[in-house]
Design a protein around this ligand. Structure first.
Ligand SMILES: Cc1ncc(COP(=O)(O)O)c(C=O)c1O
Length: 348
């Protein structure tokens, strides 16, 4: 049982969709129709009227494309961060010649809003990055106060919502580029990077006319057909099916299901004497990060060997200190969480 915070287990009907006969995306009009419908469904799942882009590549491609398309050499960018993906945005900015100002907090702290306010008063940055759910630490950031400040200072926003979209509400209509990925709460296979792009973001991208090729968002906006390259048909069909499941269930019901699975996971963790890595009020409904100093790797191995349950360890410095249960998408299910926690109880 795969309960990692992405890729998730796949619903059976998504796996079946992947065995459909292949169609040629450049030739067959049926694909174009399905693709249009997919963009529409994604817009509903993102809860935005902004234009949607579906790139063939995993989530990181979307993060890099957002920065490659909006940052020119010398641009000043504020990178608000309390985790590895927030920090990583600064690396992308610098690698495209921008100057990143990291407004950072410890990984188990909230976003540093007071420091952000001081920084914005003192910079000409007109672009900012941040992360909604820091998957490696199980933290869901409250984006509202930061978005208030960015709006007040006319700063465009790029937000990594890779592991929150489809699992908990994301304020996409206040975000210029909201980034997602197929294998997280949508429970499709890895391989598609999805994002919404506001009119203001397109204006900025057009003005910059990016030099990059595969990481340039512009061809997706200007292409005569909505995809400039041969699309990854099997993955598109799978994501389409996964979105049908979400929209048929209804977004509110899907969000409730994620909340219930998270609550159950944490209640079982408390019974086992496990602490959460982030403060409970910042713990994401999509992933639970338990603090297990020095034990994560061994627990992960035992769970896999003795119980056929796959959970995730932490990343980087936290690799052996955090054990993560991904209750996102298809895995946001109390029954599946109970089975994983039974196994964890035994392994502990
Ligand atoms: C918050 C966040 N952003 C971006 C990514 C990158 O996605 P991918 O692994 O599909 O490249 C991940 C992957 O786990 C993630 O958790």
């Amino acid at each position: 049982m795969l309960l990692t915070p992405g890729p998730t287990a796949l619903p059976p009907s998504v796996r079946e969709a992947m065995s459909e006969e292949l169609i040629n995306p450049d030739v067959d009009p049926e694909f174009a129709e399905r693709y249009d419908a997919l963009l529409d469904k994604l817009g509903q799942a993102f809860d935005t009227d902004d234009e949607m882009v579906v790139m063939g590549g995993e989530g990181i491609l979307g993060l890099e494309a957002a920065i490659a398309s909006t940052v020119s050499p010398g641009d000043h960018v504020v990178c608000l961060s309390n985790g590895p993906y927030g920090d990583g945005f600064a690396d992308f900015v610098e690698s495209y010649g921008g100057e990143a100002t990291v407004v950072g907090a410890d990984y188990d702290d909230a976003l540093p809003i007071d420091e952000l306010e001081r920084t914005l008063a003192d910079t000409d940055a007109d672009l900012a990055t941040m992360v909604h759910c820091e998957t490696p630490t199980g933290t869901l950031n409250d984006l509202g106060p930061a978005l208030d400040l960015f709006e007040a200072h006319d700063v465009l926003t790029v937000v990594d919502a890779v592991s929150s979209l489809g699992g908990t509400p994301v304020p996409t209509d206040r975000i210029d580029i909201a980034l997602g990925a197929s294998q997280k709460c949508f429970s499709a296979p890895p391989g598609l990077a999805v994002c919404s792009v506001s009119d203001a973001a397109w204006e900025r991208i057009e003005a910059r006319d990016p030099d990059s090729l595969y990481t340039n968002l512009l061809p997706w906006h200007e292409a005569e057909q909505p995809y400039p390259y041969t699309h990854l048909t099997t993955l598109v069909v799978a994501l389409d099916r996964a979105l049908d499941l979400i929209l048929d269930e209804g977004l509110d019901a899907v969000y409730d299901r994620h909340r219930e699975a998270a609550e159950r996971c944490r209640a079982r963790g408390r019974e086992l004497g496990l602490d959460l890595y982030p403060a409970p009020e910042r713990s994401s409904p999509t992933v639970t990060a338990f603090s297990v100093p020095g034990q994560a790797t061994e627990l992960q191995a035992r769970l896999r060997e003795d119980h056929d349950v796959t959970l995730a360890t932490g990343l980087g410095d936290l690799a052996d200190d955090v054990l993560r249960v991904g209750h996102m998408g298809y895995n946001a299910d109390v029954g599946r969480v109970e089975r994983a926690m039974d196994a964890l109880a035994d392994a502990l």
